[in-house]
Ligand binder design. Structure first.
Ligand code: GDP
Length: 474
């Protein structure tokens, strides 16, 4: 059933959660939203100076106490924010406590005793959406913002939070509505149909819509790389310098270590930040075993690793001629699905005066060769550029899809695809002189997909799936 957003939607229930991450911190914040927010604060909070009522959006200093026993729980700052100028558009309270999880839990328990219930993951943001403060693309941007690992990922999420995707989808919709209006006139005045339906003019308007959709689709590919990152593996026979390269990359560009969204908190993975792309180095522990012979390392294992990776850095020792072992290993990975994303990295160039890359190009036809010295850190900048170029595709004319300022996600992508499909069918229909009511059906399908993106027609199940990805307290 469609969940039309209701500007007057307010929940009967008051929700509460700890909004700051677990563990000790300078400050820990409890957030409450809903009709009981103010009365819960009045019940548990004793301001330093007596007051008759809380002024909205003003910090008060005082103490949280257990009302029955009068036991002091913490010294805090508290703020009451009256609807509708709040995150959720409901009455909201924030209690800024000392950042001890024990204190926060004790206070939260009292908040629950006073009538609130535990918030579900993302429920504050979901209420902001349901109450019409933000559209669905902005709500989703909140998750991306919290889980961004690199600067560009953050910029894209922030752009989306500011409404860039929403605006572009609305502009596309506006253009489509214009085309639909003409079609509707043709339906209403069948005798003038031929005159009204100038397929050249309407076709051009649809082509413009299609390119706008394609631009967003390209941005989705681009955004996925920055949001989710890519996986890479360094392969090569023993002693070519895999560990050395790995250490150089890790030492220089270790990205923030964050849990990957959708996985448990135990599986923390390590990313290096390469030109803003979070690059996960696969099974780095295994690659550090430097004494294994290629046979022991196992062609199968190399194959498995390379199939798992988005990018292979195939490392060879540039100070000696290519060995049979190099060739065997390279042949094994080059037959996998991954062969489009192999970079051949020629290491130890410091050992050869006047190093000449062309000695190796014959062995790796059509591949990008990057000379480096892992020991001296030579060529590492160029390697970063090569990695970036290999994974971030640019459109025609070097257009950076990131320029659209947002990163449509998988859900948006599917809807954009469907919208594009509808437009293409509508244009074909017009060109083939199909009856206007059939063309209108295709246009309506495209418009429906656009409405899904911003959350005008999203189902309850879909909303649950989206907000499940949030943490509790957001
Ligand atoms: P792995 O077995 O492929 O992991 O190779 P290592 O990183 O353990 O390196 C093998 C040997 O080559 C070590 O003695 C490194 O110090 C040396 N090595 C690695 N990179 C370079 C380099 O760029 N130049 C020179 N001269 N030696 C290097």
């Amino acid at each position: 059933m469609p969940t039309a957003r209701d500007p007057a939607h307010t929940s009967e229930e008051t929700i509460a959660a700890i909004a700051t991450p677990p563990g000790a911190g300078g400050i820990g914040i409890i957030r409450i939203s809903g009709p009981l927010s103010r009365s819960i604060l009045s019940r548990l909070f004793t301001p330093r100076k007596p007051l008759s009522s809380f002024a909205s959006h003003r910090m008060y200093y005082g103490w949280m106490t257990e009302p029955e026993s009068g036991q002091l729980l913490d010294e805090v700052l508290a703020v009451f924010m009256e609807a509708p100028n709040t995150y959720t558009r409901e009455d909201v309270v924030e209690i800024h406590c000392h950042g001890s999880y024990l204190i926060l839990e004790q206070i939260l328990r009292q908040v629950f005793h006073s009538g609130a219930r535990p918030a579900q993951p993302g429920e504050f943001t979901k209420r902001a959406f349901l109450n019409g403060r933000i559209d669905l693309t902005r709500a989703e941007a909140v998750v991306d913002l919290l889980s961004a690992r690199t600067g560009p990922a953050l910029d894209l999420a922030f752009g989306q939070l500011q409404g860039h995707l929403h605006q572009q989808v609305m502009d596309i919709r506006e253009a489509l509505l214009g085309v639909r209006a003409v079609i509707e006139v043709a339906i209403d005045f069948p005798e003038d149909e031929a005159e009204i339906l100038d397929s050249a003019i309407l076709g051009n308007r649809l082509i413009a819509v299609e390119s706008a959709l394609q631009r967003l689709l390209a941005a989705a590919d681009h955004g996925k790389i920055f949001r989710e990152g890519i996986s890479a593996v360094i392969l090569g026979r023993p002693n070519v310098g895999k560990s050395s390269l790995l250490n150089t990359l890790l030492r220089e560009e270790r990205a923030l270590v964050t849990p990957v969204p959708g996985t448990t908190r135990d599986t923390i993975e390590e990313y290096v930040d390469i030109r803003g792309v979070p690059v996960r180095l696969i099974d780095t522990a295994g690659i550090r075993e430097t004494t294994e012979a290629v046979e022991e390392l196992g062609i199968q294992r190399a194959r498995a690793k390379s199939a798992e990776a988005d990018l292979i850095l195939f490392l060879v020792d540039g100070s000696v001629p290519l060995q049979e072992e190099d060739r065997t290993l390279y042949a094994s990975i080059n037959t996998t699905d991954c062969q489009g994303s192999v970079l051949v990295v020629i290491n130890k160039t410091d050992l050869v005066s006047g190093f000449d890359l062309t000695h190796f190009s014959g062995d790796f036809p059509g591949q990008t060769l990057v000379p480096i010295s892992a020991r001296n850190h030579d060529g590492i900048d160029a390697l970063r550029d090569a990695v970036f170029a290999a994974v971030v595709s640019r459109g025609e004319g070097g257009l950076n899809p990131g320029d659209v300022g947002c990163a449509p996600n998988v859900r948006h992508r599917a809807a954009l695809d469907a919208a594009l499909e509808g437009c293409l069918r509508a244009r074909k229909g017009l060109e083939g002189n199909q009856p206007p009511d059939l063309v209108a059906v295709d246009l309506q399908a495209a418009l429906g997909s656009l409405a899904d993106i911003v959350g005008e027609t999203t189902t309850e199940d879909m909303l649950d799936m989206i907000f499940e990805r949030f943490c509790i307290g957001k």
